[in-house]
Design a protein around this ligand. Structure first.
Ligand code: HGY
Ligand code: MN
Ligand code: MN
Length: 419
């Protein structure tokens, strides 16, 4: 074994990313490939084909998670795994999720080229519906795997057209047979690394190409339904209105003000809203919208929850509307495994770089994987810190360097025999 750190073929990794990005390519250079659509099927088939070409065996579980396995010399060892997701936001980019999966495929390609046999098996995972855009809950496949919610709950989830996860999995041919959760018998991974773009401005502003992710913000997601009464926009006096839109507006601004009350880590977002009947001269009788709260501290995240509910009670009274708040996602702030984080710092050091410790503002499948095995993440910068946007971009050298760190950290964990 040479003492030089192992490197990936960054040109090939980049080429694979661009090939995958063609599936759902948008005019603005992004990707729209929603979970369990036919585009997701095509992308799954493409990546599974690449893994099979490298001699991997493929396992698909009952929530559609895909595990692409390269054997090790000791099959009794739990797999050292990596991966991410290939479903995207409607105005998603080429790299969110896709990078983590293809960096893992590139590690397998290099192990084969270098004829290195690891001791522990290596697995690359594609987790189902990480984005939570078409179906809720978010990070669905990894959440079922870790027991954050049941398989039945996830398979029963429906999109805006009423299509269930179960039907969508069947439609794309990824209704797998193996158990989907560790509790039900899914193989427990030995360790899980995930490479991902930062999706924020920190690394780029610090001019650091590598982040050792120590943890991730906790999240609470809500569906809020406000019921007032439709009425005529002209004859109805202001004092007699039950205006669901005006009530909603109060909570939209409260979402922002509550997040601002809990800085620096507080985050509050209203990303989606439906208005009924959505006619310009009818006072809205119904408004349904989403709230996404995040914080690094669990007690603070709970305080944000309480502030929202208190504000909603006051608004319901002031605007004579009914307000229903359903929490649809909750996970506490995550602290990744210190040993794995250190192996990421060490792999970065071996390449001549000092990785910057950083907390993830985004949720990732590693958050749920961390409930079942040691997990940690590698971040690389993305241009202007922009993601969940079609202009999302990352530099080939950073993509390659992040994959080099993944390679080194995984080998250190899996053990490498003869080459
Ligand atoms: O919402 C998130 O943090 C991730 O993109 N699913
Ligand atoms: Mn992602
Ligand atoms: Mn995302």
């Amino acid at each position: 074994m040479t003492t030089q750190p192992l490197r990936v073929n960054s040109a090939r990794l980049n080429q694979s990313l661009m090939t995958l990005a063609q599936l759902g390519a948008t005019a603005k250079g992004g990707v729209c490939r929603l979970a369990l659509t036919d585009l997701d099927r095509q992308a799954r088939d493409l990546v599974v084909g690449w893994a099979k070409a490298e001699g991997c065996t493929i396992r698909i579980d009952q929530i559609g998670n895909i595990f692409m396995r390269r054997a090790g010399s000791d099959p009794t060892r739990a797999a050292v795994a990596t991966g991410s997701h290939i479903d995207t936001q409607p105005t998603g980019g080429k790299f969110d999720g896709n990078y983590g999966v293809l960096a893992g495929i590139e590690v397998i390609r290099r192990l084969n080229e270098l004829n290195i046999e690891t001791v522990a098996p290596i697995e690359v995972c594609i987790w189902t519906n990480e984005e939570g855009s078409r179906f809720v809950p978010v990070m669905m496949g990894s959440g079922v795997y870790a027991g954050a919610f049941t398989l039945d709950h996830a398979r029963a989830a429906r999109d805006r057209d009423g299509i269930s996860v179960s039907a969508a999995l069947t439609a794309i041919g990824y209704n797998g047979a193996t158990p989907a959760s560790v509790a039900e018998g899914a193989p427990r991974l030995g360790a899980y690394f995930e490479a991902h773009i930062e999706q924020g401005p920190v690394l780029e502003a610090a001019e650091r190409p590598l982040g050792a992710v120590t943890g991730a913000l906790g999240q609470r997601w809500y569906d809020i339904t406000i019921t007032g009464m439709e009425a005529h926009a002209g004859p109805t006096p202001m004092s007699l209105r039950k205006d669901a839109m005006q009530a909603a507006a109060q909570l939209v601004t409260a979402t922002r003000s509550i997040a601002l009350d809990y800085q620096p880590h507080g985050r509050g977002t209203v990303g989606s809203m439906d208005v009924f009947p959505n006619s310009r001269n009818v006072i809205p009788g119904g408004v349904r919208f989403t709230v996404d709260f995040r914080h690094a501290d669990d007690a603070t995240l709970l305080a944000m929850d309480a502030a929202l509910r208190a504000r909603a009670a006051a608004v319901a009274s002031d605007f004579n509307c009914n307000i229903d708040i359903q929490q649809v996602v909750y996970f506490a702030p995550t602290h990744f495994d210190a040993g794995l984080v250190q192996s990421i710092r060490d792999a970065s050091q071996a390449l001549g770089f000092e990785a910057m410790d950083i907390v993830s503002g985004a949720g990732h499948d590693a958050v749920y994987a961390a409930r079942t095995c040691p997990a940690a993440m590698i971040f690389i910068p993305c241009k202007d810190g922009i993601s969940h946007n079609e202009i999302e971009d990352a530099r080939e050298e950073d993509l390659g360097l992040g994959a080099d760190v993944l390679f080194g950290a995984m080998i250190a964990r899996a053990g490498a025999g003869a080459s």
